[in-house]
Design a protein around this ligand. Sequence first.
Ligand SMILES: Nc1ncnc2c1ncn2[C@@H]1O[C@H](COP(=O)(O)OP(=O)(O)OP(=O)(O)O)[C@@H](O)[C@H]1O
Ligand SMILES: [Mg+2]
Length: 486
Amino acid sequence: MFGKRAGTSLSKQQDKPADDPVSEGKNAPAASIASSKSPEKITKAKTTEPKKRASKPESTARSEEYYAIKTMIFNALIDTIDLGQLAQLDQTSAAEEIRDIVSEIISIKNVVMSVAEQESLLQDICHDVLGYGPLEPLLARDDIADIMVNGSGSVFIEVAGKVEKTNVRFRDNGQLMNICQRIVSQVGRRVDESSPICDARLADGSRVNVIAPPLALDGPTLTIRKFKRDKLTMQDLVKFGSISPAAARVLGVIGASRCNVLISGGTGSGKTTLLNCMTAYIDPAERIITCEDAAELQLQQPHVVRLETRPPNLEGSGMITMTDLVKNCLRMRPERIIVGEVRGPEAFDLLQAMNTGHDGSMGTLHANSPREALSRLESMITMGGFSLPSRTIREMIAGSIDVVIQAARLRDGSRRITHISEVLGMEGEVIVTQDIVLYEIDGEDEDGNIAGEHRSTGIARPAFWDRARYYGLEKELAEALDEAEG
Ligand SMILES: Nc1ncnc2c1ncn2[C@@H]1O[C@H](COP(=O)(O)OP(=O)(O)OP(=O)(O)O)[C@@H](O)[C@H]1O
Ligand SMILES: [Mg+2]
């Protein structure tokens, strides 16, 4: 079973430093995985090794002793297997191979463990060798929105809108850096002292950012926005109370009657999720082009072209920006353009597109209120080097954007749609907006959860009424607004 390297004894391996040669791709032993083992060495090891007792490997907290034993077994395993051959096996066979070898090491080293403890240790080791190490159990959970690793000993997650610290930890910053390296290498990038910032994506679509020392002072810092396989739908948002059924109907009309929409909100407030929900109202016959930094949207329509920006390569060339994509989009006969996140000069091109027959285009933007969203849009254009008078830029914004929807994560962790506002036009130098539906906070219940309600502001005929009528949706809009008034 053991493919032992010549001259390597298990007792010697125990003294190895705890770096992780797997991910560095070095120290791969030349012997085969399934070569013969040396019975004398096994017997010798048995007699010389003192009995070790593994502490109970609980999923919550693990002792230093557990980590010490894991490191020792891990090092013995690395010296024993041929990583090159292991890499050729599929996940299941590789895991089986590792399982056999680890069981044998445990018996040779006289580590006393229950079956359950051994199983848990085995799983940890498989994750280290074949996957993303201690991150694997977190990646497997579908209830986690974000994973935030701030150096090897500090891992936080966001579950149900609340950030909590986990007991997950990495052996050291070396192991964490190796895992970061493994993640970014999948998108052909490298992260090290000379290029310490990197965006990447996991195979499942999760969005990853790595920032390494010397920029990150406490070790490699990894942020993962978990990809949700089952995207939330508007019905889910209604179920969670993020939006009322009546306000969801209003959003339905906005989406279907081809209003140009800006979704505004803070980090992680649910902008992309809401954008995805809004796209559900698009007619299946329309040709839609999406532009994103990392593809997150999952449109259900049959006629969708998905585009993604590209960072510069290692030599610093080949970068494709959002502006490049939006500009190119216009030559692709789009009916609607969806921009995942507007954060720079592409704002100008998007507004131009909205103004020139691509009604129903949508985008998200970081801002704390609909008014702030509009002024951010203006500063993005100004900073993009367009030497236009600010009045012209504002006129362009007022003429292009129909509706701003605000998403927010409230202090109790819940995510809500707090404003549905429309842009009416200009009055003097100022863009005039009007709220149609607002989330009003009434108070807090005894568990600290925010209680409130979505209420219509009483506007019976929003400015997009004519648009809704054109698409035959004025009755639906009137009913929805009536219902929202309660
Ligand atoms: N209304 C909601 N209720 C519950 N969970 C939600 C809601 N909206 C979004 N989420 C969850 O919150 C997380 C963040 O959502 P999303 O990616 O849409 O945020 P974002 O505002 O686009 O973030 P970023 O600013 O990082 O782009 C996701 O895991 C998503 O499933
Ligand atoms: Mg987003």
